[in-house]
Design a protein around this ligand. Structure first.
Ligand code: NAD
Ligand code: GLY
Length: 363
């Protein structure tokens, strides 16, 4: 069977607009991404898992440049300020000038840190995203949020810095562990759930093919989610309003991730449970109907995602963690809820008693 044809989604941001290319074999299409490099220096940031698999695919494309690679150890713990410092030192050793380019080859951890490093070097140089996880292809590589974790919390230091291009080579998903793949699907479902009902129906129809990683179906799902996110980012780049909807399920999800000490649940798994909790809470507040919640739960389950709060997590503890998550007023929370599939909205002043009751009934 022939691989699906390349798809391009444009992120339209005036002079900072860029293409997101989605297709098979793109890492080896050197001329395509090499054309995005303006200068003579490139630093490839990757990690010790991804680089042995995929750095050889791009090396020949760097021929003639002064380039080096910087490899992080694998894991969220390495998305740190200390490693930004090391990337900047590597750029210094390379002699990188203002027209140098950082290439992020890896998942969201690599992309966020490499992008932030590019934002810092000489107050901002180019970077190209080459995402290799489904989550990074459909979410973190698009939209220009870059940053690192601090001891006091996740993603607390960062910058908006848009890439020059995003190159999502779906062939790299062949080596992605099943659990990581399914966690990425949660972010695909999220886009459909908050703002694209036809896409949600499409996901329901193609759930079996997605679970089986059929390349054409996976590529189409990535392209549709990226197109949705690109529209949101174009309308609200710096999250003054609509972009906050992309956090559907995240306040619940972050609390679940934190309660599990970031080892029990992957981010996408926390988002899956969190979206269902947000749907249940919306129902409780009279914003939505049970049929919408049931459709969401069924799709999550079909795609192998968790839908229940893991055993041992206490509702009061989760509520306390949710209070810390965002700017809330005393006794109430500001959350992303929905009016059914495709209709998320920001709701301030949600009574903590309703949140607690929702948490207590979702074990
Ligand atoms: P990750 O980068 O840790 O990758 C997950 C695992 O898969 C890692 O072990 C990695 O080494 C491995 N891996 C990556 N590609 C692989 C491949 N092709 N084959 C085999 N193994 C592979 O995690 P993630 O889920 O990609 O990203 C999570 C990060 O993204 C978090 O830090 C989160 O805060 C961030 N994020 C950022 C945004 C944003 O808008 N910037 C949005 C969502 C998430
Ligand atoms: N992942 C949320 C955003 O990009 O805004």
């Amino acid at each position: 069977m022939n691989p699906p044809a390349l798809q391009t989604v444009d992120v339209t941001l005036g002079p900072r607009s860029y293409p997101v290319w989605i297709g098979a074999g793109l890492l080896a299409e050197h001329a395509r991404w090499r054309a995005m490099l303006r200068g003579r220096h490139a630093l490839v940031v990757s990690n010790t898992t991804v680089a042995p698999l995929y750095l050889p695919h791009i090396e020949a494309g760097l021929y003639g440049l002064r380039w080096a690679s910087f490899l992080l150890d694998d894991g969220e713990a390495h998305k740190s300020f200390a490693n930004v410092g090391r990337v900047l030192e590597a750029l210094g050793e390379l002699g990188a000038t203002r027209d140098a380019c950082v290439i992020a080859l890896g998942g969201g951890v690599v992309g966020d840190l490499a992008g932030f490093s590019a934002a810092c070097w000489m107050r901002g140089i180019d970077f190209i995203q080459m995402p290799t996880t489904l989550l990074a292809m459909v979410d973190s590589s698009v939209g220009g949020k870059t940053g690192v974790n601090l001891p006091v919390g996740k993603n607390l230091a960062g910058a908006f810095h848009q890439p020059r291009a995003v190159l999502a080579d779906i062939d790299t998903l062949a080596t992605l562990p099943e659990r990581e793949y399914r966690a990425g699907l949660a972010e695909v479902i999220k886009g459909a759930a908050i703002g694209d009902e036809p896409f949600f129906a499409w996901l329901e129809q193609h759930a079996a093919a997605l679970a089986a990683r059929d390349p054409a179906t996976v590529q189409e799902a990535i392209a549709r989610k990226v197109a949705y996110k690109a529209g949101v980012v174009a309308r609200d780049e710096t999250e003054q309003g609509e972009r906050a909807l992309l956090n559907f399920g995240h306040t619940f999800g972050h609390a679940l991730e934190t309660a599990g000490h970031y080892t029990t649940l992957l981010h996408g798994e926390g988002v899956a449970i969190g979206m269902l909790l947000a749907a249940r809470l919306s129902e409780r507040l009279g914003m939505s109907v049970p049929a919408a919640t049931i459709r969401l739960q069924r799709l999550l389950e079909t795609l192998g995602l968790p839908v229940a709060i893991p055993p041992g997590m206490d509702a009061q503890q989760l509520l306390a963690l949710m209070r810390l998550d965002k700017k809330n007023t005393a006794g109430t929370l500001r959350l992303i809820l929905w009016r059914g599939i495709g209709h998320a909205e920001i709701v301030a002043g949600v009574d903590e008693a309703d949140v607690l009751a929702t948490l207590q009934t979702t074990g």
